[in-house]
Design a protein around this ligand. Structure first.
Ligand code: PMV
Length: 344
């Protein structure tokens, strides 16, 4: 429940199907991306606020992660607040206590910045709405996504909508580089409750952060072709979504995942975030798909974990396959069953 001194929001994680990799000044994506919003992986954030007698020169807040004070997160929040201050001038009028919790295990290798920045942005917009009650529903969500983008690019896709597009694309009206929009076209029923089982291959800290990775797309020898390809892949995905064409869907999704990692391997300096077990899992998914004709495929984010994607109607057989063959490649046999959030 929200009152004047307390706001809260639960924002889900998302997994990109067409990937955002490379950005311009001001968190503008170098190419459009599209994602599934997830269900069981989320961040829940609450903010307690106290009006200051005199507005402060800097930002006054405490941050608690899983109920413990986390001063190590402060610089990230200060950077975020500095970026959004001109859009939310009330930020220096209050002292905030920010509490954040993830539904997924800490250091699981699952990026939490998308859900965390989305949850915090919606909380801040709730405060904004108390101060400007006339803000329309549409402007509220658009600005929340706009702010989330300034926290972490992919966070703007975790604010509203179950399938979300971020970045201008000529086939998608109203698509924007500044915020995510709900995918506006028809999606075949086969994608309803689409399953995403996240295999936790490596829970360690990544050697190269996403922001360094994005930066390495400047002067990257294949960047321009890659950005063009993302546009083309979105067109292919639009048609796969409409027709329920799983073959085309799988081709786009796996090609996007491998291209993302190919960009990392061909950056200077080059780097590899996949682990040997990532490749083992991919080979086994391909073999299983070929032998059983089950439409299961994988995607990767900027790490070693594998997202196994498949229609809800194939849940039993794919989960059995995962248990029989893939779990052995996960750290401590850990995996998370998630799915497309059709109601967000
Ligand atoms: O939002 P960032 O800056 O952490 O970048 C996310 C990049 C990928 O997860 C690899 C792709 C994407 O579109 O989410």
């Amino acid at each position: 429940m929200n009152n004047k001194n307390f706001v809260s929001w639960k924002a889900p994680s998302n997994i990109a199907l067409v990937k955002y990799w490379g950005k311009l000044e001001g968190q503008i994506p170098a190419n459009p991306s599209i994602s599934f919003t997830l269900t069981t992986c989320y961040t829940e954030t609450s903010v307690h606020l106290k009006k200051l007698e005199n507005p402060s020169d800097d930002f006054q807040f405490d941050f608690f992660f899983e109920k413990q004070p986390k001063p190590s997160f402060h610089p990230k929040i200060v950077t975020f607040f500095n970026r959004i201050y001109k859009y939310l001038p009330f930020l220096k009028d209050y002292r905030f206590e920010i509490y954040s919790e993830n539904s997924f295990p800490h250091s699981s290798g699952i990026a939490s910045s998308a859900s965390a920045m989305a949850a915090l942005s919606v909380c801040l917009m709730q405060i904004e709405k108390q101060l400007n009650p006339n803000i329309s529903e549409k402007d509220f969500w658009q600005k929340a996504s706009f702010l989330a983008r300034l926290g972490s690019g992919s966070a703007c896709r975790s604010v509203q909508g179950s399938v979300v597009v971020w970045g201008e694309h000529q086939s998608i009206p109203n698509s924007s580089n500044f915020y995510g929009i709900t995918y506006p076209f028809e999606i075949h029923d086969i994608f309803k409750n689409y399953q995403d089982t996240v295999l936790l291959i490596d829970k360690g800290q990544k050697q190269v952060s996403s922001s360094v990775g994005h930066d390495l797309m400047h002067n990257h020898p294949f960047a321009e072709k890659r950005f063009e390809q993302a546009h083309t892949n979105i067109d292919h995905l639009i048609s796969a979504f409409a027709q329920g064409d799983l073959e085309q869907f799988i081709e786009v999704i796996e090609s996007e995942a491998l291209t993302l990692h190919a960009m990392m391997m061909t950056s200077l300096p080059y780097f590899i975030l996949m682990k040997p077990n990532t490749l083992e899992v991919i080979q086994r998914i391909w073999k299983f798909r070929q032998e059983t004709k089950t439409p299961v495929c994988f995607t990767l984010d900027a790490g070693a974990n594998v997202h196994v994607l498949y229609p809800d109607s194939y849940k039993n057989e794919v989960l059995q396959f995962i248990k029989d063959e893939l779990i052995a490649f996960c750290e401590n046999n850990q995996y998370i069953c998630d799915r497309l959030n059709s109601n967000y």
